[in-house]
Design a protein around this ligand. Sequence first.
Ligand SMILES: Nc1nc2c(ncn2[C@@H]2O[C@H](COP(=O)(O)OP(=O)(O)O)[C@@H](O)[C@H]2O)c(=O)[nH]1
Ligand SMILES: [Mg+2]
Length: 196
Amino acid sequence: MSWTIKTADFVKSGTAPEHFPVSDRPEIAFGGRSNVGKSSLINTLVNRKKLVRTSKRPGRTQLVNFFNVNDQLYVVDLPGYGFARVPEEIKEQWGPMIEGYLANRANLRALVVVMDMRRGVQEDDFELIMAAPHFGIQPILVFTKADKFKPNARKQRRLEIARDIEAQPDELILFSSTKNIGKDQLWERILDVTGL
Ligand SMILES: Nc1nc2c(ncn2[C@@H]2O[C@H](COP(=O)(O)OP(=O)(O)O)[C@@H](O)[C@H]2O)c(=O)[nH]1
Ligand SMILES: [Mg+2]
């Protein structure tokens, strides 16, 4: 990987396009169910321990958060979904907020859908994966907490998940924030789609 992270800073957060920064550089968004390890993954990617807040209590962030990396790339943390204890009125805001985001970012190059490898692709993940191309965005499928599997079981699980969603096993990126698995591979995909 030939890309060095020099700076990674929070820029702003918001719920609607008028709050978002001007779309003047390539952008990658990260979405996923609450508690899958999305915040940890972003921190791992940009080599920062606490750029994005991680939590054992899921379902808290309901804002779209923008981070500036090297003044060259926006990394966007989307609010998590699929958490049962989130109030109904907040759940109802999620769809329009995400749609407002996906439809308004001219330089959005990919949507990384972060999933828990143990749980695989849930129905709401699949909906998001299928929705992305309608906004002209390609989904990148990442399965985190890969450290929970021994190498052989990990291989098996990759095949199982790929079969479930009729994807090529190689398309799936296995990731771990605690064991440093998948980081280079994910950066490679990001640099490829952004042209950085
Ligand atoms: N074993 C393991 N645990 C992880 C990993 N990534 C996150 N976690 C844990 O999963 C929980 C949720 O992580 P967080 O990043 O806040 O998830 P988010 O809600 O998707 O942003 C925390 O307790 C993390 O320590 C990983 O790769 N491996
Ligand atoms: Mg989070």
